[in-house]
Design a protein around this ligand. Structure first.
Ligand SMILES: [Zn+2]
Length: 282
């Protein structure tokens, strides 16, 4: 499943190819994605210019300028919102490239290239937001971005007081902080020296500081290695960041901890596998 680092890697890959480009056509080959793509959507974006590529949590946002959706009085700003779901990826290809199975839409640009979405499981989505994207129901309730200023130990400290939920589930809650998937939660807790089963409310301020720093580190490292796989093919299905970075505990049950040699432990927590070192994590 594409996690935050893969989505950010995609954003960085596609942005220079789409920013400043005018949309010739949006061709939806399969509207039955996680939410059905309205038949009226393509006409609203044709002729608009993509002004950039942004990311919020695991959503990609393409702000548009001009086009039919801005035709009304006052000109409502519009944004295309894409989610990669469980198995989606975006590629920038010459428009004439033959479609593959599971290629569901093409955003054809005046450069002669197309932004093509492929998603075998169809849990991905495409929306047009007219108005402020931050107020969209899918985005409105999201917590802070882990890699932006404003997310730190204080964020975790304030949100965790009196919370009895296990710290691993706490940091995977998008209302607390977005984009910390199962792999990154285990890895961040290892780096911070905190056992995943502890109550969030029992963390000290110093532990919150260490944990926030660890979350930032694991995500930033994954983006770094994800970025090195980018060429013409902007994929999230080829070499996701977490397969290329050295994992300390994730999927290493029974193996020696890379720091101290103690066998790594595993248990199921909130229906997800959790891994930790009983010696390095308190
Ligand atoms: Zn250890």
């Amino acid at each position: 499943m594409p996690e935050l680092p893969e989505v950010e890697t995609t954003r960085r890959g596609v942005e220079p190819r789409v920013a400043g480009r005018r949309i010739r056509a949006l061709r939806v080959h399969e509207p039955r994605l996680r939410w059905r793509v309205p038949a009226s959507l393509p006409a609203k974006v044709e002729g608009a210019t993509v002004s950039g590529a942004l990311r919020r949590a695991k959503y990609l946002l393409f702000p548009l300028e001009g086009g039919a959706s801005e035709g009304g009085a006052g000109g409502v700003p519009a944004t295309l919102l894409v989610h990669l779901g469980m198995s989606g990826n975006l590629r920038v290809l010459p428009s004439a490239t033959p479609r593959l199975l599971h290629d569901h839409f093409d955003l054809e640009l005046d450069s002669g290239e197309t932004l093509r979405f492929n998603d075998p499981r169809r849990f991905g989505s495409l929306h047009l937001i007219e108005g402020d994207p931050a107020q969209h129901p899918l985005l409105r309730h999201l917590g802070p971005e882990p890699l932006e200023a404003g997310f730190d130990g204080g964020t975790l400290w304030r949100a965790s007081r009196k919370r009895r939920v296990a710290v691993k589930q706490f940091i995977m809650d998008a209302k607390v902080v977005v984009g910390v998937g199962n792999i990154y939660a285990s890895e961040a807790l290892f780096r911070a020296g905190i056992r995943p089963g502890r109550q969030a409310g029992g963390l000290t301020r110093a532990e919150c500081d260490r944990l926030a720093a660890a979350i930032r580190t694991v995500l930033a490292k994954a983006i770094e290695v994800g970025g090195t796989t980018l060429r013409d093919y902007v994929g999230v299905d080829g070499n996701p960041g977490y397969f290329r970075q050295k994992l300390f505990v994730y999927e290493r049950a029974g193996d020696a901890c890379r720091k101290c040699g103690t066998p790594v432990r595993q248990r199921v927590q909130g229906q997800r596998s959790t891994y930790w070192c009983p010696a390095c994590q308190k």
